[in-house]
Structures are given as C-alpha cells and as structure tokens.
Design a protein around this ligand. Structure first.
Ligand SMILES: Nc1ncnc2c1ncn2[C@@H]1O[C@H](COP(=O)(O)OP(=O)(O)OP(=O)(O)O)[C@@H](O)[C@H]1O
Ligand SMILES: [Mg+2]
Length: 350
C-alpha cells in the first residue's frame, strides 16, 4: 500500500504543486490520479519513487517512509512508465526491456530470456526484439515501456500518462491489455491521466485532483459518477456522466420479452436481422448475464425499431428488450440516484 500523509510540495519558486494530500493507494489495485493540467499529478507520482521529495508530510510504502529507503533500492521495487515510453534510442528493444535486470547484475542470457518473455506478455511479436525503438509504432513503443517497467517484477508500477500519445483505437487496446496484465499480476499501480474516461475504465479507485494539488474526491468509478461531491468534480466528469454510469449497472434486471416473429435467426437461433420489406434491418445484441445497462442501451440504439436483442453466451437469442422496458429500468435507476433539490435554491446542475 502507498500512503500519502499530509503531503505538500512547494517548488523553489514558491509554486505549491501539491497541497496537503492524504490518500491511500491499496496493494494490488489500480489507483488513478486524474485532473486538469498542472494539478500536481506528475509531482505526486514522483514523490513515490523519490524523483521529487515532499516539502511537508510523508509518503509511505507499506508503512515505511520512502525517505528512509535509499533511492536506488526504492526504485528497484517500482516500475515507472512515462508518455512516449522514454526508450533508449540506441538500444535494441530486447536490451531496452532488459535494462533493469542488467543493472541488477543478471547475466546477459537470463536478462534477455526475461525480456523475451515480457515482450510476449505485453502482446509483442518476438521478431520486434532486434529492432530499435524508431522502427516501432507509438503503440508498440508504449508496450515496450510497460514490458521494461515489469522486467524486474516490481510490486509497484507508476504510470504517468503512458497512453496519451497514441490514437484512440490503439489507446483502447493498450488499456485492455493493461487490465488483462493486471488481472494476472495484481501490481500496486498508480496511474496518472487527464482523461476521465481512461480513469473510469482503469481505476479501482479514482482520485480527482484540482489545480493547486488538492484532492477533490476519491472514490470508486461508479460512486464518482453517481455522487460527485461538488461542481468541480461534476464539471470534470462532464455532460456524459449519466451515460457513463450506466456502464456500472448490470443489465440482468431488465425485463425480457419473447422474441417477436419479425426477428430473423439462423438455424442455431442466432440473430440475423429484423425483417423488413426487401431485406433485413440492423439489430443490436447484449448478454444480460454479463453486460451492463449501457450495452443494452447501445443494442437498442443500433436497431431501427429501438428493440435490443438479448443473447446467451453462444450468441443465441433468449429474448428482446423493448424501449419501454429499458425506460422503466432507467427511470427506476434515476429515481434512486437523484438527490432532492437543495432547499437553499442553489443551482442543482448535472
Ligand atoms: N520544477 C518545477 N519548478 C516549479 N514549478 C514546477 C516544477 N515542476 C512543476 N511545477 C509546477 O507545479 C504544478 C504541478 O505540476 P505537475 O507537473 O505535477 O502537474 P500535472 O498535473 O502532472 O500536469 P500535466 O497534466 O500538464 O502533466 C504546475 O503548476 C507546474 O507548473
Ligand atoms: Mg504531468
């Protein structure tokens, strides 16, 4: 566990980058620091591995003040991944990944074997190992950055906007990959981003920071979306907050109806389309056992008739959800989560 206890960082010119920050990043979980540019995310992250020392307060790693650990020892237990990967341009990919094992004095063969294993783990082809960083795409370089940070199997991983320099599609696949890795490895990860969607997707816990380095709110993603503490957090979560939070509500409670005859299926019962004059119209599916209400809504929106098709694990139709049934669950959910208007006449935005 990483603990910030009343941590303040004042730079030499008087800038207060982080102001009295107290929070805990639990072992084996992803804690995301999110907030606008200049709110002290990078400064906070670097106080963990002592690239920056706090002016006041303490940062503890499993209960021990990081200032009592000498920096090289501390950093051996902490992987660090930054934007643009920060690879050494004149070293082959395999040697970039093996950087820390070499520093730890592993023999070349063992270090390279470990590097090859990690390249595979992060989804890179072994053939890329002999290339130099400039011969890789941005997304591949980021994967190498992650592999390098994992090379000595550190319990802690610090990631500072690692995916922000790549396009949205590559970014989404890097995020999926990280979640997959994390479910195997269960590292203690502190992940910095200014992208709220990324924060919500990756974070077990999300700490929203405001400029001046003050903690605005720390909560799980669903709580953050349903109960933002103030206007700053609400604005930061944005206007799509309502839609985003549907991702956290299971679709299993929606009322299924028998599929009508105009839903055409193949022999196995998998949907082909909605029957229409002169052909089939598009349909959308979701799996009520596994998917969220957001997926059900998306499935409804894909279909011209507004009806979502519910399928089982094998993709076979088990029923449909009409727009009315969806409205019903959405209405119930809204009723549970809409707080009464404040008596003061304060503007209850959002
Ligand atoms: N070495 C420094 N000397 C003085 N001020 C600094 C120094 N490094 C950072 N700052 C200031 O501290 C504040 C926090 O900076 P920091 O880099 O931690 O923000 P950030 O949240 O990571 O921002 P970004 O999203 O743009 O990366 C900013 O106002 C920044 O200008
Ligand atoms: Mg930063």
């Amino acid at each position: 566990m990483i603990t910030f206890e009343g941590v303040t960082k004042r730079y030499d010119d008087g800038t207060v980058a982080v102001d009295d920050l107290s929070l805990e990043a639990p072992t084996g979980a992803i804690t995301v620091f999110v907030g606008p540019s200049g709110c002290g995310k990078t400064t906070s992250l670097r106080m963990i591995n002592r690239m920056i020392d706090a002016t006041e307060g303490r940062v503890l790693l499993d209960g021990q003040d990081v200032r009592e650990i000498d920096p090289p020892t501390l950093r051996r237990g902490i992987g660090y991944v930054i934007q643009q990967a920060g690879l050494f341009p004149h070293r082959k990919i395999v040697d970039n990944v093996a950087t820390v094992p070499y520093l730890l004095g592993w023999d070349r063969k063992r270090a390279r074997a470990r590097a090859m294993e990690l390249l595979e783990r992060v989804g890179l082809d072994a053939g890329l190992a002999r290339r130099y960083p400039f011969q890789l795409s941005g997304g591949q370089q980021q994967r190498v950055g992650v592999a390098r940070a994992l090379a000595a199997d550190p319990p802690v991983l610090l990631m500072d906007e690692p995916f922000s320099a790549v396009d949205p599609i590559v970014r989404a696949s890097l995020q999926d990959e990280l979640l997959r890795l994390q479910s195997d490895l269960q590292k203690t990860i502190v992940f910095v981003t200014h992208d709220i969607d990324e924060a919500i997707k990756l974070g077990d816990t999300v700490a929203v920071l405001r400029v001046g380095g003050r903690l605005a709110q720390m909560a799980g993603p669903a709580t953050l979306l349903t109960e933002p503490v103030d206007d700053f957090v609400r604005e930061f979560l944005g206007r799509d907050r309502g839609i985003r939070r549907l991702s956290f509500i299971p679709a299993k409670d929606v009322r299924l109806e028998a599929a009508p005859a105009d839903l055409v299926t193949d022999a196995a019962g998998r949907p082909l389309g909605w029957r229409a004059d002169g052909g089939l119209l598009p349909y959308g599916t979701f799996n009520p056992e596994r998917d969220s209400l957001r997926a059900a809504l998306d499935a409804a929106l894909l279909a011209a008739n507004g009806t979502a098709v519910a399928v089982d694990e094998d993709g076979r139709v088990i029923g449909v959800v009409t727009r009315e049934a969806l409205d019903e669950v959405l209405g119930q959910y809204a009723a549970r989560h809409t707080r009464p208007l404040p008596a003061t006449g304060e503007d209850p935005r959002g």
